[in-house]
Design a protein around this ligand. Structure first.
Ligand SMILES: C[S@@+](CC[C@H](N)C(=O)[O-])C[C@H]1O[C@@H](n2cnc3c(N)ncnc32)[C@H](O)[C@@H]1O
Length: 287
């Protein structure tokens, strides 16, 4: 099976959470297993629990991390629903979709090649992007595109989609969006469908809600002195991470500013361009 994903900010994340011998770690988003492998390679006495709600990601990570199988446990599900059996010395989450998910047209995340409008990270869930695109009211679509895609032509795009229904594939949807926006906007830095696709993906997978829940629960899963490191890829996520870590009296923020990729990393892994890493440490309980 093809499951390619290059981990972003690898050194920054691993050194930031101070992986130590004998530690137990939680990777909330194992994906292709890149970050987990780096943690497990640090020392033979490290144990790790790896979560993903994409069954394909779990299967790929099981292969990639097979040499560590005796100190590795997988949990298939949404990290917001996880119930730990022990405390951790470090917790990581590398949010969003993996390159592998983006590259498979049948997953429906990308409009590069035609695929069904799916976008589910967890394929056992029922709601797909097609349900939203074909069934939601125009006003609801417009709100989603504006709030979760920060798309300034949200209203025009929503109207064009409703007119063109039913839409079946990613490429059809991208084409409708392309023709709905002003000419000058069609050939900008990013394809005019990019923001709408982001908004649909966030909606299908309830991504912001899951992140809020994780940030509320995860500090209790950490040992005192343990670290949490979160990598986000767009401003809506980063805003949540920044504020929740800062407001949390169980934590002390280690990163005054988010850690970003070096030019060298961006040149070999363009996906790292928008990555922002924030780290915090679990404090002694008050009182
Ligand atoms: C960017 S990839 C992680 C890549 C990984 N760090 C690596 O080095 O290969 C994000 C992964 O997180 C998973 N994911 C996103 N949100 C999730 C959630 N709420 N619960 C569980 N897994 C989630 C996705 O299915 C995807 O496989």
């Amino acid at each position: 099976m093809q499951y390619q994903h290059t981990p972003v900010l690898p050194d920054e994340l691993i050194s930031g959470i101070q992986v130590k011998s004998g530690g137990v770690y939680l990777d909330c988003t194992v994906g292709g297993g890149g970050h987990s492998a780096l943690i497990l390679q640090k020392c033979e006495l490290i144990k790790l629990v790896a979560i993903d709600h994409d069954q394909m990601a779990i299967a790929a990570a099981q292969v990639k991390l097979s040499e560590f199988s005796d100190r590795l446990e997988f949990w298939h599900g949404n990290f917001s629903q996880y119930r730990p059996k022990q405390k951790f010395n470090g917790i990581i989450a590398d949010l969003g979709v993996s390159s592998a998910q983006l590259d498979l047209p049948e997953r429906g995340f990308s409009f590069r090649d035609a695929g069904d409008l799916d976008m589910r990270m967890d394929q056992s869930q029922t709601l797909t992007a097609a349900d939203i695109v074909n069934d939601y009211a125009e006003i609801e679509l417009s709100k989603i595109f504006f709030e979760l895609g920060e798309e300034r032509y949200s209203y025009r795009i929503a109207r064009a989609i409703v007119k063109a229904r039913p839409l079946k594939t990613t490429v059809q949807l991208a084409d409708v969006i392309f023709h709905a926006v002003p000419r000058a906007y069609r050939y900008g830095r990013i394809h005019p469908a990019t923001r709408v696709f982001q908004a649909l993906r966030i909606t299908v997978n309830q991504e912001l809600k899951a992140l809020e829940t994780l940030l509320q629960k995860a500090p209790d899963w950490l040992e005192v002195g343990g670290k949490i490191g979160i990598i986000s890829f767009h401003s809506l996520e980063d805003r949540i991470v920044k504020h929740r870590l800062k407001e949390d009296d169980r934590l002390r923020v280690d990163t005054k500013k988010p850690v970003i990729a070096t030019e060298a990393e961006v040149s070999v892994n363009p996906r790292s361009r928008s990555a922002k890493l924030r780290i915090a440490t679990k404090l002694e309980p008050l009182g």
